[in-house]
Design a protein around this ligand. Structure first.
Ligand code: PLP
Length: 441
């Protein structure tokens, strides 16, 4: 074992893992959409790390912004006005299209959601918080309570007042639904949510959180009209609508924010990952004009030593400029089309592929034992044999790096990937899916 790995295993704790069962790769170099292990083997970064490395590795503009800011002013407390702090907030508000909005900066996604919970409570004076099963909102205590999937269990019984509902997922809807159209899907899930809101008492519900497009739980794209219905429900009962765009934001789905594609305006938006592409940590909450105005006279009880850190803000400015200069929206549209065609073909061709879902360069392959029964290739939260890590390992051997969640393999490359690179990488996935087809025979 290399010294780096040995030292790492001795002194580091690696996320979400039994420490004796992991074998963390030693990465020696990262450039563009690739990284290399210590033996010089090259990998396509097909998850853009944790779906945050939207501009890939070693981007000169981002690196320069970090160098310049470190020399000029590495830190200044959050109570001061600093050029990059003001400019980053303005750029993010402009990108959101939410006129009159303001930004409260955090260090990352979980903290953004923690603060969004507090904003919703302060604005409404109410206390219950709704979020979807099959959602991930972060690993701090409040964000874990928001999270709808098993990664929340460790924080339970958790914080009182967090209610879970079933968001739209037609592929795994109860069999009796037997949907004939997208309209029926929308109608069913809206009715389900509306009933639950009524049962829980609308006068107690402060907010409903959504991942605008659900990310790590399988790229769940809401059906047409769903968010319009949710918006109306929230307006009717004075409930704050929060879109968690930590993963979906910053062009991942093709638009600057995913909600731009669904015809509704949220009250709060949380963001992180793509705002700096991971070059330095940053996250935040965009507050609509009406929510921000809550704190015009009333004291805002939110604060962090590193809120609006100048290094993060300088990086966010450079990142947003790079998205525009490099026509990332256009590239996501073009490569998203290529990716969609390839994935749709996989769904037809491979016995193990139950469904593929994609929007922009945000996609996943849902693996099943049988297309007919839709039985997942591994039972929910119970992959005892480690089949999914095995499949991810098979991809890695071929130079395709990504991660899986439940029975889903995520395909979310850096947004500046070229068509040739995308096709080359997807040929690897095709080959590995052939092997998975054989495994389920
Ligand atoms: N929200 C979503 C949708 C996420 O995907 C994540 C992380 O993957 C988070 C929140 C938490 O962000 P962080 O890990 O930066 O705290």
């Amino acid at each position: 074992m290399s010294n780096i790995k040995e030292q790492g295993l001795k002194y580091n704790l690696y996320s979400w893992s039994a420490q004796k069962k992991i074998n963390p790769m030693v990465v020696s170099k990262a450039e563009g959409i690739y990284f290399w292990d210590e033996d010089g083997k090259k990998y396509f970064d097909m998850s853009a790390q944790l779906v945050n490395s939207n501009l890939g590795h070693g981007h000169p503009k981002l690196i320069q912004a970090i160098k310049d800011q470190a020399e000029k002013m590495a830190f200044m407390g959050p109570g001061y006005s600093v050029d990059v702090r003001s400019e980053a907030a303005q750029k993010i508000v402009e990108l959101s299209g939410l006129e009159g909005a303001k930004v409260f900066f955090t260090n990352a996604g979980a903290e953004a959601n923690e603060n969004a919970i507090k904003f919703a409570k302060a604005y409404t004076g109410k206390w219950k918080i709704f979020s979807a099963y099959r959602s991930y909102h972060g690993a701090t205590f409040g964000a874990s309570a928001l999270t709808g999937e098993p990664r929340r269990f460790i924080a339970e019984p958790g914080v009182p007042g967090f209610i879970k509902f079933d968001g739209p997922y037609a592929y795994r809807a109860p069999k009796a639904c037997n949907f004939k159209s997208e309209e029926e899907v929308t109608e069913f899930y809206l009715e389900l949510l509306e009933n639950q809101v009524l049962y829980e008492g609308p006068d107690q519900i402060a907010a409903i959180f959504f991942e605008t497009v659900v990310g790590s739980n399988g790229i769940l794209i809401p059906p047409k009209g769903y968010y319009e219905g949710v918006r109306a429900l929230c307006d009717k009962h004075n409930i704050v609508l929060v879109f968690d765009e930590v993963m979906a934001g910053f062009y991942r789905t093709g638009s600057a924010f995913a909600f731009h594609q669904f015809g509704v305006k949220p009250d709060l938006v949380t963001f992180a990952k793509g705002s700096t592409c991971g070059y330095v940590p940053l996250g935040g909450v965009i507050l609509s004009e009406k929510i921000a105005a809550t704190f015009d006279e009333k004291k805002m009880f939110n604060g962090l030593t590193y809120s609006a850190h100048p290094m993060g803000c300088a990086t966010a400015i450079a990142t947003i400029d790079a998205y525009k200069e490099e026509k990332i929206a256009e590239n996501v549209a073009a490569q998203g089309k290529v990716l969609a065609e390839i994935l749709d073909e996989f769904e037809k061709k491979h016995a193990c592929v139950g469904q593929v879902r994609h929007i922009g360069l945000f996609s996943c392959v849902e693996l099943v034992k049988s297309k007919e029964t839709r039985e997942a290739i591994v039972p929910f939260n119970n992959d005892k044999e480690g089949l999914m890590p095995k499949i991810v390992g098979m991809l890695k051997v071929e130079g395709f790096s990504t991660y899986s969640h439940e029975n889903m393999v995520l395909v979310c490359p850096p947004l500046n990937i070229t068509e040739a690179e995308l096709r080359e990488a997807m040929a690897i996935l095709d080959k590995v899916l052939d092997s998975v087809d054989n495994m389920i025979k």
